[in-house]
Write a protein of this length. Sequence first.
Length: 156
Amino acid sequence: MNRGQILYLHVCVVLTALTGVLFAVMKYFMRPTDEFSVVNHPLQPYMLASHIVIAPFLVFGFGWIFSNHVWPKFQYERQNRASGLWSMIAIVPMTLSAYLLQISTSDAARKAMTVTHWMSSALFVIVYVGHLVRRPSAAAGRSAGEGDALNVPSPT
């Protein structure tokens, strides 16, 4: 991954997680001052809108790093980075539940998608941070100027 990809992904993860957490706090943990209000906080609709607008940029970031970081690491270094594997696994239910949450019409489906989205998003953020904090020994030995090149054996 180049520095642009790393910065882009980090910014998208932080903004998406921050807007999601702020929206959840406003929706589930605050109470409106006006008993007839449909929102618990005046910024609640803006946090939801921000989360929905920013999240596709994060999905784009996942796609951007897939071919030069995720897939090669999955193929050749799977045992070394369990945090990367768990991040990759959490992306699927997190993304699918987010989109299905927006189009669900029944209360049961919305509740199921909400719980799935909360759990998979929390798992993703926790494991993503762990993935950044826990560096493998091979990466620790690289100098800062070197890229994310893999010592991949040739297929022949």
